[in-house]
Design a protein around this ligand. Structure first.
Ligand SMILES: [Zn+2]
Length: 343
């Protein structure tokens, strides 16, 4: 396989940038900076080459491969751009080099971009300002019947600081504070206490979220979970987290949906422990498990919880199965991974 990064660096990043018409090219440490050759403009720090990646931090706000840049600058197709690059570099390139698969480098580079933006006071940082409970008087610290019917008690409610809202936009909802890795509250999710028939009739959603909450920027329970144990359990929903806590498993986080965002993938990789993923007992849950395996099993072991062998109903989650079944399968799947030595 040809290494485009090496070929390009041997050719000269500055020469390549000049070829695509970038202005104010200069070397900064191991990186290069210039105006963006794609959207143009006169910000001479907008465009960066760093460790194999070209990035426009300004208007384009994305990464580019060398071929991407040629395509965009000369308005030509992928195959034409590839040929041009091969001519410049004097060597054929495997198309696999331009793979759009997510790699750790992609993740690391995105982190680099978001860190850069945060430092520069950019607008799209994943660090959201702390959410403030504006309606505290409306969020009652009571263990609502909904929670009791679901098998939770007052201790569970207190542990997760769950509230109940009696009026306003979150009326008749269980208030769930969403934490970030530092334990700060980014916002709230409001889970309706009504069943699916009622929701269908009224057209209301099962969940409401506080304004500005980006679920994909965090993992529910991450602030409590990341200090524990030798593996991490990844589930879809809040209820599974509460159930696992009641069973004594606090090494669990929820994606708050059936997708794994890049940021969530990063947070999981940061824990650097094997993963036990359990989607709900439905199609979305299965495809989530596949997504987690595809994205993360290159870096950490990923085991899939066989919910379909245990759950009685479609869409059941860990919250609906028996503790013994969970413990049995978890032991079977995760027992082979060594415990971390704690000092
Ligand atoms: Zn640009």
């Amino acid at each position: 396989m040809t290494d485009v990064k090496e070929l390009l660096e041997n050719y000269g990043i500055d020469k390549f940038l000049a070829y695509v018409g970038a202005e104010h090219i200069r070397k900064v440490g191991d990186s290069y900076r210039s105006c963006c050759p794609i959207h143009k403009g006169n910000n001479s720090s907008a465009f960066s080459y760093h460790n194999g990646y070209f990035t426009c931090f300004s208007e384009c706000n994305r990464n580019f491969s060398a071929i991407d840049i040629i395509m965009n600058v000369f308005h030509i197709s992928y195959s034409q751009a590839k040929k041009r690059l091969e001519k410049i570099l004097g060597q054929e390139i495997d198309s696999t080099d331009d793979s759009t698969d997510m790699t750790f480098e992609h993740l690391a580079n995105r982190q680099f971009i978001s860190d850069y933006k945060r430092i520069k006071g950019g607008e799209k940082s994943h660090i959201v300002e702390n959410f403030i409970f504006l309606n505290t008087q409306e969020y009652k610290e009571i263990t609502h019947e909904y929670l009791i019917n679901e098998g939770f008690n007052d201790d569970t409610r207190k542990f997760f600081d769950l509230r109940f809202c009696e009026k306003g936009i979150m009326k008749d909802r269980i208030i769930i504070p969403i934490d970030n890795p530092d334990g700060k509250i980014l916002g709230i999710a409001g889970r309706s206490i009504h069943d699916f028939r009622w929701l269908e009739l009224t057209g209301e959603s099962k969940y409401f979220f506080s304004k500005g909450l980006k679920k994909s920027a965090t993992l529910y329970n991450i602030s409590r979970a990341d200090i524990y144990d030798n593996f991490i359990i990844v589930v879809e929903g809040y209820k599974s987290i509460w159930r696992l806590h009641d069973w004594g498993f606090d090494n669990a986080v929820a994606l708050m949906g059936a997708h794994l965002s890049d940021r969530q993938a990063q947070l999981l990789l940061h824990l650097d422990v094997p993963i036990l993923v359990s989607g709900d007992n439905d199609k979305a849950g299965k495809s989530l498990q596949k997504e987690v395996v595809t994205k993360l099993s290159k870096y950490v072991p990923v085991e899939q919880f066989p919910i379909e062998k245990i759950a009685k109903n479609e869409s059941d989650s860990i919250a609906e199965i028996k503790k013994e079944d969970f413990a049995h399968w978890t032991n079977k799947l995760m027992g082979k991974y060594p415990s971390r030595i704690l000092f």
